[in-house]
Design a protein. Structure first.
Length: 533
C-alpha cells in the first residue's frame, strides 16, 4: 500500500537520505498519488553532453497502480491509469543540506513482469524533463537578422521551450545561463525542434570575450539550463573551488581510513568526500588526436556567390594556441597554468613546418637536412558569403575539434556517496596517489606522493544519481585536460610553456567595463533568466 505520509525520513549517515518522496500526478495536476513506498530504485542522469535530464524508476506494484486503482478504497474517481501523459515529482535530501526537487514527464513503461501468484508486478517508468516533451511537439522555422547567437538562444528558450513560465499544472520556471557570443549574425533555422536549434546554435558559437575554444554546449544540470563553452565552465568551476575548497575537494582513500586535515586533525567530512572506487577509462589515443585535428587542422573557405576561394586556408596549430586556453591543470591557485599532454618534440614532428623543417628526430625520424613529407591534417570546407556578417566558422570548427579531442582524452569514472551540492559541469579537486611499488615519501596531507601529472582539477561531466527510499549514491564521469607538469621525453631543450589561466587578472587587458559586463551577467536574475547586462 502506498505511503499515506508525504515522504520517507530515515537518515543513517553517509550514503543515506534524510528525506525521500515520489509523487505521481495526472495530466492536469489535479490528482496526485504518493508512490514513495512502491519505488524500489531511481536513476537520474545529468550530463553536459545531453540536452535535458532523464531517468528511470522501478516500481513494485501490488495495488494495480498502473491501471488506476491506486489505493485501498479502489475509488476510480480519485485514481487514474498511467498512460504516458503523467508527471512525477521527486524530492530528496541529504543531512541538513537543502532538499532537491525534480519534476519530470513520464513517457514510457517497460520491463513489465507479473509475479507467479498474480498479486503484484514490477515495471520500469522512464521519465524526462518537461522541455523534452515540449521539444517533441514543437518546430522552429524562423530567421534571425543581425543578432548575437546568445540573443537568439534566449528567444528560443522563452518562446518555444517556455523556460520562463510557471503553469497551473505544476510546471516550474527554470534558470538559463547564457554566455555572450561573438558578433551579430544572420541565421535561418530550417524546421528544427527547439533542442535541435540550440545544438545548431552551439556549433556556430564562439565567446564574445577571452575564451577561444568554440566549445559551446546546451545542457541541463541541477541549476537549470546552460548555454556556454567548456572553458567558461572550467573558469566558473575554479572560482567556486577557490571560494570553498572543502566543499569541492575529494579524497582518494579507503573509505574506512579517517581523512586528516593539514594540521593533523580528523576531518569529519573526509569520508563523505572519499571516492569508493575509481577507474581511468581512457588516458590517450594518439591516432584519434592526429585524425581529429588536435595538433593541426585547416579550413578551406569558399564563396559560392563569387565563385572564389580564400587564397590561403585558415590554419590552426595547437602549438600556437595552447597557451591561451583555459584547461584543468594545477590546483593550488587560479593563476597557475597547465601543460599540454605531449612533448614539444612530438608536437613539432606531427605539425607542418613550411618554412623550416623540424630540427629533431621526432615521430618520423626526420633529420636536419631533410625536407619533411606531406602531413595529414584535418580539413574543413567552409562555405561563406562575404557579403554577410562574419560567421567565424573557420575559427570555431578548427578550435572546437582540437579542444574537444583533447578534453576527452583523460576520462575517469568513480563511485561516491550521494552529494546534492555537485552537478554536471562542476569542477572538483582530486589528488591521485603516485604508484611507486615502494613506500612513498610524504608529499601531501594524506601521507602519500601524488601523481605529478594528473592530480588537481577535474570536471564532473556526467552524474548518475542512484536513489532508493533510504540510500543515495552517485557515479561521476570526470574529464581532465592539462597536466600539472610539462612532458619532457627527449633531451631537446624545448619545454612546453604553461597555458595561461589567470583570467581573474584580465580586466586590465580587455577594459574594466567589458570585464564587469562579462562577469556579472550570470548573476542577474530576471523572470528566471540570467541575462546579459
Amino acid at each position: 500500500m502506498a505511503s499515506s505520509g508525504s515522504e520517507v525520513n530515515n537518515y543513517r549517515g553517509y550514503g543515506s537520505l534524510s528525506s525521500f518522496s515520489v509523487i505521481l500526478k495526472n495530466v492536469d495536476g489535479k490528482r496526485t498519488f504518493n508512490i514513495s513506498s512502491l519505488v524500489t530504485d531511481i536513476s537520474i542522469y545529468e550530463d553536459i553532453f545531453a540536452k535535458t535530464l532523464s531517468g528511470v524508476l522501478t516500481i513494485k506494484d501490488g495495488i494495480n497502480l498502473m491501471n488506476g486503482f491506486g489505493g485501498m478504497s479502489k475509488d476510480e474517481n480519485k485514481s487514474f491509469p498511467i498512460v504516458g501523459e503523467e508527471f512525477i515529482e521527486i524530492s530528496y535530501g541529504v543531512g541538513d543540506d537543502p532538499k532537491i526537487f525534480r519534476r519530470f514527464s513520464l513517457y514510457s513503461i517497460s520491463q513489465i513482469e507479473i509475479d507467479s501468484n498474480l498479486t503484484s508486478r514490477s515495471y520500469s517508468i522512464k521519465f524526462c524533463s518537461e522541455e523534452a516533451l515540449i521539444d517533441a511537439v514543437t518546430l522552429v522555422q524562423r530567421g534571425f537578422s543581425n543578432q548575437q547567437i546568445s540573443t537568439m538562444v534566449e528567444t528560443i528558450a522563452k518562446d518555444y521551450l517556455k523556460l520562463d513560465q510557471e503553469l497551473e499544472n505544476g510546471k516550474k520556471k527554470k534558470n538559463l545561463q547564457i554566455q555572450p557570443t561573438m558578433g551579430p549574425q544572420n541565421i535561418v533555422v530550417p524546421r528544427l525542434t527547439p533542442l535541435e536549434t540550440m545544438d545548431f546554435f552551439a556549433k556556430r558559437s564562439i565567446a564574445a570575450e577571452i575564451f577561444t575554444s568554440g566549445t559551446y554546449l546546451f545542457f541541463e544540470n541541477k541549476d537549470g539550463f546552460n548555454f556556454c563553452d567548456i572553458e567558461y565552465l572550467i573558469y566558473q568551476g575554479k572560482k567556486r573551488v577557490e571560494q570553498d575548497k572543502k566543499r569541492y575537494t575529494y579524497y582518494y582513500n579507503q573509505a574506512q581510513i579517517p581523512v586528516t586535515e593539514a594540521n593533523g586533525k580528523h576531518d569529519p567530512t573526509g569520508i563523505f568526500k572519499t571516492l569508493l572506487n575509481m577507474v581511468q577509462l581512457h588516458k590517450f589515443n594518439t591516432l584519434e588526436k592526429l585524425h581529429r585535428g588536435y595538433f593541426e587542422s585547416e579550413a578551406l573557405i569558399y564563396d559560392f556567390l563569387n565563385a572564389s576561394a580564400r587564397p590561403e586556408p585558415y590554419v590552426h596549430k595547437f602549438l600556437d594556441n595552447y597557451t591561451n586556453l583555459n584547461t584543468l591543470g594545477q590546483s593550488e591557485t587560479l593563476t597557475q597554468g597547465s601543460y599540454p599532454e605531449n612533448s614539444i618534440d612530438f608536437m613539432k614532428s606531427v605539425t607542418t613546418e613550411p618554412k623550416d623543417p623540424p630540427t629533431i628526430l621526432g615521430l618520423f625520424g626526420l633529420l636536419k637536412d631533410k625536407t619533411p613529407p606531406q602531413r595529414h591534417t584535418k580539413l574543413f570546407f567552409i562555405p561563406k558569403d562575404t557579403l554577410q556578417p562574419d560567421t567565424f566558422l573557420e575559427k570555431i570548427y578548427a578550435s572546437r575539434a582540437s579542444y574537444m579531442t583533447r578534453f576527452v582524452q583523460n576520462m575517469f569514472r568513480c563511485d561516491v556517496y550521494g552529494d546534492t551540492t555537485i552537478g554536471a559541469g562542476d569542477v572538483i579537486i582530486l589528488n591521485l596517489p603516485e604508484i611507486s611499488g615502494v613506500t612513498a615519501s610524504v608529499n601531501d596531507k594524506t601521507g602519500r606522493k601524488t601523481d605529478r601529472y594528473l592530480s588537481g582539477y577535474f570536471m564532473v561531466t556526467a552524474i548518475h544519481h542512484k536513489l532508493t527510499p533510504e540510500t543515495y549514491m552517485c557515479t561521476y564521469d570526470m574529464f581532465k585536460n592539462g597536466y600539472s607538469e610539462p612532458v619532457i621525453s627527449t633531451d631537446n631543450p624545448d619545454i612546453p610553456k604553461p597555458a595561461e589561466t589567470s583570467y581573474l587578472n584580465n580586466a586590465k587587458d580587455i577594459g574594466m567595463k567589458k570585464w564587469i559586463k562579462q562577469n556579472l551577467w550570470e548573476w542577474t536574475a530576471l523572470s528566471g533568466f540570467l541575462v546579459e547586462l
